[in-house]
Design a protein around this ligand. Structure first.
Ligand SMILES: Cc1cc2nc3c(=O)[nH]c(=O)nc-3n(C[C@H](O)[C@H](O)[C@H](O)COP(=O)(O)OP(=O)(O)OC[C@H]3O[C@@H](n4cnc5c(N)ncnc54)[C@H](O)[C@@H]3O)c2cc1C
Length: 472
């Protein structure tokens, strides 16, 4: 039996869900409020140069391959999904170069560096956890088959179950290296006290298994999912924001769509308000937001500047504290993604993205804000540049918490309300579907916060496997 399904939101979660549902033989309509598909993953052009905003790295690439395999398996034999999507993942030589308290190091830490021996021990103990984590990202939390993967992870952490407590127990590791490892919990939008110990392993897994960028830019993932969805017959409507969700009925300013099932790929808070039950109080805790400046550079950076650099705050605890209080930190954690001419993007000029972690306060920012100017100067000085990177931008675009709030969670929080630490990562019990609303299913980073693209895509497969079983 073919069901009529409306998917709300064409971010990576909504696109993947719609492609797989249509491939399984259902009639799928996607309703997207913005005039682009991809949600936080978006492609812009400045001065004729390509820049992909939002995510910049693909980790746990096996999750992406599982999406492609699942797509192939759900329908009749034809052109393979990998060929339709046309995404070629390319490994970067390093996770990034980290700048902290006068020191700098690549991950993996290079031989001869004072952190090298400790890093080598850490990577030897944690670097092989990639397959176990990938399994947890894609397998149903209620499937007994995940027990070996859980056992493998727990054998590394013992009773120290948060990132902060686990790292505190590693008395052989230099404190500064612990801080560098701990900062990765900001990928989940929160500090190391609020995530499972497993987030400490992420840096080692990324260093062992590699980090990847699709040839042409990360937006190729969104574009690939859109191609799969269209090939499977999905009807995608952009610029059509949903204003009301009722049982088996979705309303936009243009139309009312009657259906058998609704799949929400929206932030949980937005969905609740579209269903007429907004929270009386804003969430007590929110994940972080960001101020991102994308620009075309007037010259190449020195050869020693790698593709992805990370600048740490001198006191990470102050940053976590400020983010929790939703106030501007004095120093932040920042990324500089730098793409030389012709590298990753088919550009004729160098481009860069300066991504500054910021509180989820809905603030708007410009390139001249004191916070942006100060952090741009600090980072550029660390990189040995003659001028602040923002002053090297001939054309730029700023995306701020106000922008992210425009189509996402309150305050522009990148992952909305964070789950408690024991439910961060794959050990969640997310409400994919509830007996009270059997017509409604959920996917996206709101149900799988904190893991970026792999968590969103893995979560789609878990949720849809259950949904398709229910649909027979
Ligand atoms: C700056 C930044 C850097 C990141 N870096 C990385 C990275 O390097 N690697 C990584 O793996 N992940 C990264 N992430 C995380 C990753 O981008 C997200 O996890 C992922 O894109 C979320 O996808 P989603 O589909 O769940 O949500 P979204 O992309 O937020 O999609 C939700 C969609 O719903 C739409 N919508 C909202 N309201 C309505 C409505 N009323 N009607 C219709 N449509 C509506 C929105 O317009 C949007 O398209 C980063 C995110 C950001 C912001």
């Amino acid at each position: 039996m073919s069901s009529r399904i409306v998917v709300i939101g064409a971010g990576l979660g909504g696109l993947a869900a719609s492609a797989l549902l249509a491939r399984a033989g259902h009639q799928v309509t996607v309703l997207e409020g913005q005039d682009w598909v991809g949600g936080k993953s978006r492609r812009i052009e400045l001065d004729g140069q390509r820049l992909d905003t939002g995510p910049s790295l693909v980790t746990f690439p096996e999750v992406w391959r599982t999406v492609l395999r699942t797509y192939d398996e759900l329908g009749p034999k034809g052109t393979p999904a990998a060929e339709i999507a046309g995404v070629t993942l390319e490994a970067l030589p390093e996770v990034g170069r980290y700048y902290f308290r006068g020191q700098q190091a690549n991950l993996p830490v290079e031989a001869g560096h004072p952190w090298h021996d400790a890093w080598a021990r850490f990577e030897a103990e944690h670097g092989s956890l990639g397959p176990a984590i990938t399994h947890l990202l894609t397998a149903d939390p209620w499937d007994k088959g995940i027990l070996p993967a859980i056992a493998k992870l727990l054998s590394r952490y013992g009773t120290r179950l948060t990132t902060a407590s686990f790292l505190a127990g590693l008395d052989w590791m230099p404190e500064d290296l612990k801080d560098v490892i701990a900062i990765h919990t900001l990928n989940a939008g929160v500090g190391p006290e609020q995530t499972l110990a497993l987030y400490a392993s992420m840096a080692a897994v990324m260093a062992s298994d590699g980090v990847w960028v699709p040839r042409g830019g990360v937006y190729e993932i969104a574009a690939g999912l859109e191609k799969l969805a269209l090939e499977a017959g999905v009807d995608i409507h952009t610029s059509e924001a949903v204003v009301r969700v009722a049982p088996k009925e979705v309303t936009t300013a243009k139309d009312t769509y009657h259906c058998d099932y609704v799949v929400s790929a929206l932030d949980g808070g937005i969905l609740e308000s579209l269903m007429g039950r907004p929270k009386s109080k804003p969430p007590a805790r929110l994940s972080c937001s960001g101020v991102a400046i994308f620009g075309v550079l007037d010259e190449e950076l020195p050869p020693e500047v790698v593709t992805h650099s990370v600048m740490m705050p001198n006191n990470p605890a102050d940053l976590f504290d400020a983010l929790g209080k939703r106030v501007m930190p004095s120093e932040t954690m920042a990324f500089l993604n730098y793409y030389r001419t012709g590298v990753v993007y088919p550009n004729t000029k160098p481009v860069a993205a300066l991504l500054l972690t910021a509180p989820p306060s809905g603030l708007s920012a410009t390139i001249d804000d004191p916070f942006v100017v100060a952090e741009s100067k600090r980072f550029s000085h660390l990189l040995g540049l003659k001028r602040p990177i923002t002053e090297m931008m001939t054309h730029h675009k700023v995306l701020d918490p106000q922008y992210f709030e425009g189509f996402g969670a309150v305050g522009g929080a990148l992952y909305g309300e964070p789950a408690p630490w024991w439910r961060s990562g794959p050990f969640h019990t997310p409400p994919y579907n509830s007996p009270r609303t059997p017509w409604l299913w959920r996917v996206g980073s709101s149900v799988h916060p904190g893991g970026g693209i792999p968590a969103v895509l893995g979560g789609v497969m878990i949720s849809l496997r259950r949904m398709l079983t229910r649909l027979g």
